[in-house]
Design a protein around this ligand. Structure first.
Ligand SMILES: C[S@@+](CC[C@H](N)C(=O)[O-])C[C@H]1O[C@@H](n2cnc3c(N)ncnc32)[C@H](O)[C@@H]1O
Length: 374
């Protein structure tokens, strides 16, 4: 019988040595749209559009105390801040930012980015998203973009046992590791407290324990009237509809069952607006883009070619230095020609035909939640 365990990614994040290279395998919505692009209708990079969407949904307060949890290469918050300064310079003067991440090297990378652009109003803290060293009601806007899937997932929960444990209040699940045992006990508490459903779960299923802990921390740290914004890869459309492992470079992530997150958010008293990330972020989801598999192959090919080709800098810029960026048919076609990848026109047409997909095939997996604390 499979054993109940906790899957964690913290060793990977704590030990990142070269942050800009460790993000290579992470093809996410914010990553592929991080520069100006042809998919966001305003033409803005993802982080700038995020500012506009939050601004127009009345999520920026008079004295903005902004918290970002899980910053990555700080590409989202960097563009967000530049746009904030341009759109509302007066309000921006009052803005304070706190950035939290588990990875010291990512925080150092962000600090370098801010000092190069002479912005000294960012406070960075090395901490765990599921246990924030921040005071209650200390922030009025929280952003957590594509982070939940990195947080601990309890794996192989025995459905029958959990049902009995909830009925009798007696723990039947034996877990040797103390920390994991505590996480499982807390999981049982969450199922009970929020009335989370698992009738449709397979006999053994995975649960986004860290995602709900993050939500609880957001609820504690957010001041009344404040807003929390989340985007994540939703696993409900996948087979069985429960979180499944996604193997990335040196770590494994799990998709997020957003209906559990939503039920817990309701239980915490949030007012919820939710939907597809492409709707909130003004992304043209019908536009055709090169599929993410081809983007990944192209990106790796270029990394291998780097330093060996005279025009490799042009190519890396065209495809994206740290991780791939979304490409239209026209952009892909130019790169294939520059690379002299395929000699015959028919082969090129075939490649273009087989790799073009509507943006929605990718962006349709990402959902957002805008949570207002009353
Ligand atoms: C997929 S990246 C997303 C980065 C960024 N928000 C973006 O959209 O580009 C996830 C980030 O969460 C951070 N992270 C992972 N687990 C964490 C934890 N337990 N506490 C705080 N940060 C964590 C990682 O170091 C990484 O920076």
């Amino acid at each position: 019988m499979p054993k109940t365990k906790v899957s964690r990614t913290e060793d990977f994040h704590l030990n990142l040595k070269r942050p800009e290279y460790n993000m290579i395998g992470e093809v996410t919505l914010s990553h592929i749209l991080r520069y100006e692009n042809d998919f966001i209708r305003s033409g803005l990079p993802y982080g700038m559009q995020l500012f506009d969407s939050l601004y127009s949904s009345d999520s920026i307060q008079e004295k903005p105390k902004i918290l970002e949890i899980g910053i990555g290469l700080a590409q989202v918050i960097d563009r967000f801040d530049f746009r904030f300064r341009d759109v509302d310079p007066i309000l921006h003067q009052n803005a304070e930012y706190t950035l939290v991440d588990l990875s010291e090297s990512l925080l150092n990378f962000a600090n370098m980015r801010f000092s190069l652009t002479r912005r000294n109003y960012f406070n960075t803290i090395k901490a765990d998203a599921t246990n924030l060293p921040l005071k209650p009601s200390s922030h009025n806007l929280i952003i957590s973009n594509e982070v939940m899937a990195d947080l601990p997932t309890v794996t192989n929960i025995n459905k029958r046992k959990l049902r009995r444990e909830l009925r009798t209040g007696k723990n039947e699940t034996k877990i040797k590791n103390k920390r994991d045992r505590k996480a499982y006990q807390d999981t049982v508490r969450m199922f009970k407290q929020y009335g989370l459903q698992f009738k449709d779960a397979p006999r053994f299923f995975n649960f986004n324990y860290g995602g709900i802990r993050l939500l609880e921390e957001m609820s504690r740290v957010l001041s009344p009237g404040g807003t929390a914004f989340i985007v994540e890869y939703d696993c409900e459309s996948q087979p069985f509809g429960y979180p499944r492992p996604l193997r990335l470079i040196n770590h494994t992530e799990y998709g997020i069952r957003l209906d559990h997150i939503k039920t817990a958010a309701k239980g915490l008293g949030f007012q919820i607006q939710d939907g597809y990330a492409h709707e909130f972020l003004n992304i043209d989801s019908s536009k055709m883009m090169v599929d993410t598999e081809a983007l990944g192959i192209l990106h790796r090919k270029l990394i291998d070619l780097r330093d060996k080709k005279p025009n490799s800098e042009f190519l890396m810029n065209a495809v994206g230095m740290t991780s791939p960026k979304a490409l239209t048919r026209k952009q892909f076609s130019v790169i294939i020609d520059e690379l002299k990848w395929l000699e015959k026109q028919e082969e090129k047409e075939e490649l273009l035909k087989s790799t073009m997909r509507p943006m929605s095939d990718f962006s349709g997996n990402f959902k957002y939640m805008l949570l207002k604390k009353t």
